[in-house]
Design a protein around this ligand. Sequence first.
Ligand SMILES: *Cc1c(COP(=O)(O)O)cnc(C)c1O
Length: 338
Amino acid sequence: MTSTIDFRSDTVTRPDDVMRQAMAKAEVGDNVLDGDPTIGALEQRAAKVLGMPAALWTPTGTMANLIALSLHLQRGDRFLAPRGSHVITDELGSAAWLAGGMPEPLEHDAGPGRPTPDTLSAAIGIPRGPYYALRTPLLCLENTHNSAGGAITPPEEHAQLVAVAKEAGLTVHLDGARIWHAAVALGIPPAALTVGVDTVSACFSKGLGAPVGSVVAGSREFIERARRMRQMLGGGVRQGGVLAAAGLVALDRIGDLAEAHENATRLAAGFAEHGWEVNTPETNIVQVTAPDLVGRLAWLAELGIQVLPSAGRIRFVLHRDLSAADVEETLLRIKTGG
Ligand SMILES: *Cc1c(COP(=O)(O)O)cnc(C)c1O
């Protein structure tokens, strides 16, 4: 039968030969005892790319977010995040169970993935109430916003949201798992999208081709606390340089994301021509709305097209292991299939 085409996520990419060579040759040390030079190099470079003073390697983006939220929240706090944020819907409630914060979702009334400053301001309410009042010390943004379809918050809107949060004394964490995608789509450096935030997380394993690895960045003081929290969570790996080497190669490839964005645009255009209800992709995520979600998913599976449901829609994620030819093949199967 036909080969499968894998649109489930941009995490399905496999490291290529160049990346594997870099991993094989990585200089390593015990990163818990006295440091691994390649992890150190990646942390320094990631901090620079993200425009932050320091960074800490983590095995996953989920751990990076959990470290940040654990250090920003105390049990009984509330935090604000756009509805459908990964920290709310895709981390098994760890923001509440482990970091101790109750999430309050913000509506996307400025556009996909983006609350307006007024909505944020209203949600914050009166910052300092009496001892028995709910406290809201944290805003957690997400750029790009995954479940809103890889939606970008542009720098001006980001700045307005950060300003409202800061004015009210909130700390701001940015879940930038795909901050690279937003930066490439806007033609600006990733650091232009972290302005004013206290901490940011980002993934080397999303679209850039690394098999594993993320980072959380912030002040030096934050990173020293984060290092202890990572250890507590079981993330103190030893000769992790073999993994960090993949992250260094990944950072060389940020520009390549433009191709995945073009492929997403082409795929969405093809779906629209086919009469499907589809988003206008801003980055690498295409979302299709289907009246019979389960039926449509089963039909795609029969055609050898692998996808996942997300936020009540069907999500197609473009990535470096899918070519323009794969997009055309997908559209052909959909046109002639069934
Ligand atoms: C994937 C993702 C994460 C978590 O990354 P993992 O490495 O899979 O744990 C966090 N936030 C967003 C927005 C994501 O898309």
